[in-house]
Write a protein that binds this ligand. Sequence first.
Ligand code: NAP
Length: 341
Amino acid sequence: MSDVGRALGVHRVLEPSGVLPQAAWRLDADPAIGSDEVRLALQRLNLDAASFRQLSEACGGDGSAVRAAVLETVRARGKMQNAVTGSGGMLIGVVDAVGPRSPLGLAVGQRVATLVSLTLTPLAITDGLAGWDGRSEQVPARGTAILFARSIAAVLPDDLPDAVSLALLDVCGAPAATARVVERTGARSVVVLGAAGKSGCLSLAAARAAGSTHLTGLVRDDREAVALSATGLADRVLVADATDPLAVAAVVGAPAEVTVVCVDAPGAEHGAVLATSAGGTVVFFSMATSFSAAALGAEGMAADVTMLIGNGYTPGHAALALDLYRATPGVRALIDPRVAA
Ligand code: NAP
């Protein structure tokens, strides 16, 4: 196997052969590590919001059924990848073995968060998720996870609770992508769909810090509108169902130069396109986004917009999200209750 393939974890792919771990159906989650790998002792998984919502809805809100579904996924696939949304999440754990050729610079005993998705991380769960009621995205867990030579992990900061760090690092690609688009385009107007959620409020704060001056946050209901308005993160707070394109267009009014999709439900593609001006950019951070719905919808509306898939990785993304949380009371006001819940 090539050095590149090995660094990306191809040696852990069981089926189908020849694909990268993210695209694999099943990974080898054997806790015995190769010389270039790192093993983590699991402490907590953070299921991605779209995946958790889908599992909860499919199980009718029955936490024990959600727990059983996650356990079965990890048992069958050697990783946590929701078969419907295709998404995963990330985890925190303690480094408990480092291969002599690992280039990650990690040391045994360090507490880290993975910045690569659970969808490509070999995972073995040993406690049956006994400490989890299946009703929250954050999952206390015992077991092991494997990092490859080209994985990324961040040492957990000492000044924040683990649960907060985990929530921030899971969505840290959103504020980084928003900041990058605003800086590159000089956009002054930004609309965020799902603005009172974790990635949404961070994206608003990132857009403001990057120079945008007309920030609109679209939320689901009056309760979220009150909470978002109180933070001052948005200049304008709108209430609409992000999955209803005409309702989104009606409340947004004049389209914005940049739209960031941070809802955790499917069906927000067309509203996002309608909320964006000609020549503008839509960042689809949501894992519930359909590529075909976005592309064909934009075509059908003759909408000349650039559409970006929200890459979970941008250099400096973890530090940016942690710093926005530390520096922005409004971000803390929205994220802390979600983490506590
Ligand atoms: P979150 O904290 O749950 O926020 C989502 C927000 O969207 C919530 O405020 C939610 O309202 C709102 N919402 C849901 N349906 C809506 C609708 N129909 N209309 C208006 N608002 C609606 O989620 P998150 O952790 O920020 O994650 C957001 C998305 O990012 C998810 O799809 C997740 O999969 C994705 N993600 C992407 C990456 C990546 O690398 N691209 C990484 C991590 C996560 P309620 O709370 O009232 O439901």
